[in-house]
Design a protein around this ligand. Structure first.
Ligand code: R5P
Length: 281
């Protein structure tokens, strides 16, 4: 049985279709003091797959509650974290900070037999779980919704995303790859990117990253490209988090299209990761 968290209802439905497994209806409500409650009336069977993007503190809590239901009613519990919140805090950047990804992973581990997560910022985050955890690479899915572009340049906004850009290019079937040098000031959050070597004048570019969160990384890259007379700029990412005014920032920076997957369910989630996740379940 597939048990969806509130933030992953479309993906859970696609997974239920792909695996031909029942999709649980989760009833949610609140106690008078505002605390969250949920119920899975049909819970019971061999295996529960809890699918929950932990895009907020409330989503983290909901996941723990759903795992608790599943642990009581099923022989095996698998947890799918399409988007793992706090995964980017995978080390203490300054003295006195927690390793938030580790704290979250330990909590999630208590209610499951294994974990699948999609394109975490660093696959090493899997080591923080106390149960087996696998990182699923959904980058190849990003090629599908891209428009037809003649000889595009697939650009990563930093060196860490170059493999992602290469995977999208391979799935797209044509084009070159390159990357920008990025630096981020961890006190102010300000991002600056240095242009890549490839000449982009008049050339259409697909910017590829694992996540668009505040949009600072992408909008800096887009500005650099327009300063160099780029053709059209298309943006794609696995996790379209699009926090605060990120969507507006990208529009104002000048993009022809924006695409993401359903690891984070947003209006731009134009392709599902269900096929690649289903293969691992
Ligand atoms: C960091 O290295 C990631 O790959 C992304 O580039 C980054 O997290 C995106 O965040 P934002 O949209 O806030 O710049």
């Amino acid at each position: 049985m597939i048990i969806p968290g509130s933030a992953s209802q479309s993906l859970a439905a696609s997974l239920a279709d792909a695996l031909d497994e029942p999709l649980a209806t989760v009833e949610t409500d609140r106690f008078a003091d505002g605390e969250f409650k949920c119920r899975v009336p049909e819970a019971g069977g061999d295996r529960a797959v809890v699918v929950a993007a932990t895009t907020s503190a409330e989503a983290h809590l909901e996941l723990l509650l759903l795992q608790d239901v599943a642990g009581e009613a099923f022989d095996e519990v698998v947890t799918v974290l399409p988007y793992m919140g706090y995964a980017r805090q995978d080390r203490a950047f300054r003295e006195g900070e927690p390793v938030s990804a580790r704290a979250v992973a330990r909590a999630v581990s208590t209610g499951t037999d294994r974990v699948l997560t999609v394109n975490p910022h660093e696959p090493t985050v899997c080591e923080f779980f106390d149960v087996p955890c696998e990182a699923v690479d959904a980058a190849s899915r990003l090629a599908e919704p891209l428009p037809d572009v003649d000889d595009p340049l697939f650009l990563a906004p930093d060196e860490g995303a170059i493999e992602l850009a290469a995977t999208v290019r391979d799935a797209y079937g044509t084009g070159a790859t390159d990357y920008f040098e990025k630096t981020r000031d961890y006190d102010t959050g300000e991002v600056s990117v240095e242009p890549a070597d490839t000449d982009v004048a008049g050339r259409d570019v697909v910017l590829v990253d694992d996540i668009v969160a505040t949009g600072s990384t992408m909008s800096s890259a887009i500005e650099q490209l327009h300063a160099r007379d780029v053709g059209e700029v298309h943006v794609t990412c696995v996790h379209p988090m699009l926090a605060a005014s990120a969507r507006t920032k990208l529009a104002n920076a000048g993009i022809a299209s924006l695409h993401g997957t359903d690891t984070v369910e947003r209006p731009v989630s134009s392709v599902s990761v269900a096929p690649v996740v289903a293969e691992r379940l």
